[in-house]
Unconditional design. Structure first.
Length: 229
């Protein structure tokens, strides 16, 4: 008989159990921007061994869940968590990484010409993310909060569709950075700054996946439920 996990959407699986994110990260399965796909569709599209993924999910399901279950939190609480955890961290991390990349390009750009494209791709990601964070913090999140607290009827379908579109662009930049660095593999001639740059970019990728997942699969469905009240 087919495992019930196969019929579930990958984003919904992580919303139920955040430990599952570790499995999807291991198998390079996009549970944020492509979170609407079922596990079966994802495994078929990526040609991943579905049986291996299912065994890993069942193993994770046995472990204690350390993260809070956000599916039962209010939209206001989820927004506060997103801003405090992900937005503040990004605003500190992006400029730090930008200067680190500049330094590594100066030292290794000649022997690693791919670094120049890492630098330009990161600069575009940096610029787009700062605009995106501002739209969320100044325009969309306050509207969601007032919709929840005042029960005032309004539709946020358009601004949310635009944020989801931004998330897809972010994912494209991340895929490009991963491909340029061969999955953040450390070259033999890498100095310490080069190594720290690759580790930090890999961490940024994981953090952005969790961040986008919180918005696409946890916060935005709550907005749909508020609109349907
Ligand atoms: Fe955000
Ligand atoms: Fe976002």
């Amino acid at each position: 008989m087919q495992d019930p996990f196969l019929r579930e959407q990958v984003g919904a699986l992580v919303a139920k159990n955040p430990n599952f994110a570790r499995v999807f990260e291991t198998y390079n399965i996009d549970y944020c921007c492509k979170g609407q796909q079922t596990l079966l569709e994802t495994c078929q599209a990526k040609r991943v061994d579905a049986d291996a993924v299912i065994s890993a999910l069942h193993a994770e399901a046995q472990k204690p869940i350390t993260e809070r279950d956000w599916s039962h939190a209010s939209a206001c609480e989820v927004i506060d968590h997103i801003e405090k955890t992900y937005h503040i961290h990004l605003k500190q991390e992006l400029p730090r990484l930008a200067s680190l990349i500049d330094k590594v390009v100066k030292a290794h750009g000649k022997s690693h010409p791919e670094l120049l494209e890492v630098q330009t791709t990161f600069a575009e990601l940096h610029k787009d993310l700062l605009t995106h964070l501002e739209v969320e913090e100044v325009e969309v999140f306050p509207k969601i909060k007032s919709m929840e607290t005042s029960s005032s009827p309004s539709s946020l379908d358009q601004p949310i569709a635009s944020l989801i579109n931004d998330h897809e662009h972010v994912e494209k930049y991340l895929e490009r950075l991963s491909s340029l660095t061969n999955g953040y593999a450390v070259p033999q001639d890498a100095c310490n700054s080069f190594l720290v740059m690759l580790t930090s970019l890999k961490e940024l990728e994981g953090n952005l996946h969790r961040h986008v997942h919180m918005e696409n699969s946890i916060l935005f469905p709550k907005v749909q439920a508020l609109q349907a009240r």
